[in-house]
Design a protein around this ligand. Structure first.
Ligand SMILES: Cc1cc2nc3c(=O)[nH]c(=O)nc-3n(C[C@H](O)[C@H](O)[C@H](O)COP(=O)(O)O)c2cc1C
Length: 221
């Protein structure tokens, strides 16, 4: 698979099959992803790869919280700025509507937040979740590094025939996650990345994008 194909075929998949993932495939991906760039080569991330009974237990605990309407742990970083404005708010709203309609959750469903949280806490059925942490002392530059690292992992997963869904929603249950994986207070959970094979026969959601001209300016090229 070439890079263009990996980028084009990566989507946030939200219906995984329970087909197990060979550990060697995960090791190949994570070993290759060590080549991801980072400012000053700090490599500020730490990843916990969780599957099997440990993930089943974590899903049980997180889903119990979601179904109880638990608003989640106090967030350690804001995922979005307060007062999101156009065009970002429009893009956000369009993607959110499309995303959960595809999963059968209507906009006016009073249980929408709880259903969304519960689908996320089940990792959409994925058999493995990668929990990506950062050292708490790191700043915005290193958060950008962590994003590049996660995208590198997600593209490499495509080369193994695997799909993924990055999930900030796991930060709602960060205390439960950290307790399960044994992450100490020196680490901040950036996101979880659900990993697995896509379930067959499920409609594929291809989220729209702004035209390149809206986000790219060429100067002297
Ligand atoms: C850092 C990050 C966190 C995300 N968190 C969630 C999440 O909690 N739940 C979810 O369903 N999707 C999540 N997404 C997926 C985005 O909704 C998705 O990438 C975006 O809508 C574009 O769609 P696509 O990835 O399918 O092209 C996240 C993506 C990123 C990069």
């Amino acid at each position: 698979m070439d890079v263009y194909e990996a980028v084009d075929s990566r989507r946030a998949v939200r219906v995984f099959s329970d087909e197990p993932i060979p550990r060697e495939a995960l090791e190949r991906v994570l070993a290759a992803a060590t080549r991801a760039p980072s400012s000053g080569n700090l490599q500020p991330w730490h990843v916990y790869v969780v599957g099997g009974e440990q993930l089943a237990e974590l899903k049980r605990r997180a889903t119990a919280r979601a179904l109880a309407g638990d608003p989640g742990d106090e967030r350690e970083y804001p995922m979005y700025p307060a007062g999101l404005t156009s065009p970002y708010l429009d893009r956000f709203s369009a993607a959110a509507a499309q995303r959960y309609k595809a999963l059968g959750i209507e906009r006016d469903d009073p249980d929408r937040p709880m259903k969304i949280a519960a689908l996320n806490s089940e990792a959409f059925g994925a058999p493995v979740v990668l929990f990506c942490y950062l050292d708490r002392t790191m700043g915005p530059g290193q958060w950008a590094d962590a994003g590049m690292y996660v995208q590198t992992v997600m593209l490499l997963l495509r080369a193994e025939g695997l799909h993924s869904c990055p999930q900030v929603m796991w930060t709602m249950y960060r205390k439960t996650v950290s307790q399960m994986v044994g992450a100490d207070d020196g680490l901040v959970l950036f996101c979880g990345v659900s990993v697995g094979f896509e379930k067959e026969g499920v409609p594929r959601l291809r989220t729209g994008r702004a035209d390149m001209a809206e986000t790219v300016s060429f100067l002297g090229v």
